[in-house]
Design a protein around this ligand. Structure first.
Ligand code: PGA
Length: 251
């Protein structure tokens, strides 16, 4: 059966010493207990190698927040999937709405990133979600479906089964305006149905679909209680170890 997962997206926060301190604090909090879900943190690139060398990565998986759409070469400032893998990280967030909006990442670019992540044995945490205008005009199912089709549906069943999805309605990210449990469940069920139509029930039932967008210790339980919500991708609330741990403990 699919895994429940709580993943922390640190975004562009924390210097290296601050990041190491946060990861170490979380590591200490989780030592001696067995979380009932998989735990992942996604610090900035430059923290990855130090953090994987410091914490128990069997207990806390480590993820990058992005990787390049090219394998290697003259792409100043970029970080390849192979480089991420070589730090000891095993996951990569791809398609986050901030990357799509501020850095022009299109479904076609994301398709390349997904391919390179899988080639380098990184598990993509692939983000999808509609903006407010798309929600209000009622086209949100179509938007999410085309994001999935455009970057993931070229994959073989075997490769698709390695993907973690994160539904993050853009209007809920960093706004304090969380989707209601009903809105989350409705979309997650739609995503699972979309996967079923392409890859069959078995793969759909085994795909973890996380919710993201102003998820915090106060609302996580209600959100995660939904049948098709398999955990969360947490931004702001992952920057404090106690809050992140409280979200983990809702499982
Ligand atoms: P937020 O961010 O929890 O701060 O809304 C979630 C995300 O962007 O992954």
């Amino acid at each position: 059966m699919r895994k429940n997962i709580v993943a922390g997206n640190w975004k562009m926060n924390k210097t290296l010493p601050e990041g190491l301190a946060l990861a170490t604090e979380l590591d200490k909090m989780l030592s001696g207990c067995q979380p009932k879900c998989e735990v992942i943190i996604a610090p900035p690139f430059i923290h990855l190698a130090s953090i994987t060398a410091t914490i128990d990565t069997k207990k806390i998986g480590v993820s990058a927040q992005n990787c390049a759409d090219k394998e290697s070469g003259a792409y100043t400032g970029e970080v390849s999937a192979a480089m991420v893998k070589s730090t000891g990280a095993n996951y990569v967030i791809l398609g986050h709405s901030e990357r799509r909006t501020y850095y022009g990442e299109t479904p076609a670019i994301l398709k390349e990133k997904v391919n390179l992540a899988l080639k380098n044995e990184l598990t993509p945490i692939f983000c999808i979600g509609e903006v407010l205008a798309e929600r209000e005009s009622g086209i949100y199912f179509d938007v999410v479906k085309s994001q999935i089709e455009g970057s993931l549906f070229h994959l073989s069943a075997e490769d698709f089964s390695k993907i973690i999805l994160a539904y993050e309605p853009v209007w809920a990210i960093g706004t304090g305006k969380t989707a209601t449990p009903q809105q989350a469940q409705e979309m997650h069920a739609f995503i699972r149905k979309t996967i079923t139509e392409k890859y069959g029930k078995n793969i759909a039932e085994n795909t973890s679909i996380l919710y993201g967008g102003s998820c915090n210790p106060a609302n996580a339980k209600e959100l995660f209680a939904n049948e098709d919500v398999d955990g969360g991708l947490i931004g702001g609330a992952s920057l404090k170890a106690a809050d992140f741990k409280a979200i983990i403990d809702t499982f």
